[in-house]
Design a protein around this ligand. Structure first.
Ligand SMILES: CC(C)(COP(=O)(O)OP(=O)(O)OC[C@H]1O[C@@H](n2cnc3c(N)ncnc32)[C@H](O)[C@@H]1OP(=O)(O)O)[C@@H](O)C(=O)NCCC(=O)NCCS
Length: 146
């Protein structure tokens, strides 16, 4: 699989592909991603592809965008992988790219919030060395970079 996948920074022309990726997600995925069911609008996809106050990377297979991860200026990030491509380490790869960028730009930490039932995200965070704090409502994963 890894030989077929390209992980790269988003470009402004990717917005339609990113929108298509989000349209392919189930309600459960959208809930896990946004904490509520939320549909990405074309305007938001364009904003994501523009790179103004955030850093976004995508995973591409055969010209199709199958994963996306975004790091915000405060160190918080989110990640999503199309359901057919999960458990192939794409999520890990995307988050590694964000960590690399965060280190290169001098960020002190990166963090994510997720729901306690999100076993995939918890497992991904544990694997990459995040410290997880459990709360009733959510889990926060923090990775110190300095
Ligand atoms: C969370 C998500 C991005 C993970 O993507 P992925 O590409 O499947 O993740 P990886 O393949 O890199 O898996 C990372 C680790 O988690 C494990 N894992 C993945 N899915 C799992 C699941 N459903 N249950 C338990 N463990 C799981 C993998 O086995 C892997 O561990 P390993 O290397 O020891 O095998 C993906 O499940 C997703 O898009 N979910 C919906 C959106 C979401 O929840 N986003 C997170 C919001 S912050």
């Amino acid at each position: 699989m890894e030989a077929l996948v390209k992980v790269r920074q988003i470009t402004k022309d990717d917005w339609r592909d990113v929108l298509r990726l989000y349209e392919s997600l189930s309600e459960e995925d959208l809930y896990l991603r946004f904490f509520h069911i939320y549909k990405l609008s074309p305007e938001e996809a364009m904003k994501l592809a523009k790179e103004e106050d955030h850093y976004t990377v995508v995973a591409e297979v055969g010209g199709e965008v199958v994963g996306e991860a975004t790091l915000h200026e405060d160190g918080e990030f989110s990640v999503v992988v199309a359901s057919d491509y999960r458990k192939s380490h794409l999520g890990t790869w995307l988050v590694r790219e964000l960590i690399k960028h965060a280190k290169e730009t001098g960020m002190k930490e990166v963090k994510f919030y997720t729901l306690p039932e999100n076993r995939a995200m918890i497992s991904l965070g544990q694997k990459l060395g995040f410290t997880l704090t459990f709360d009733d409502e959510e889990i926060v994963g923090v990775l110190k970079l300095s």
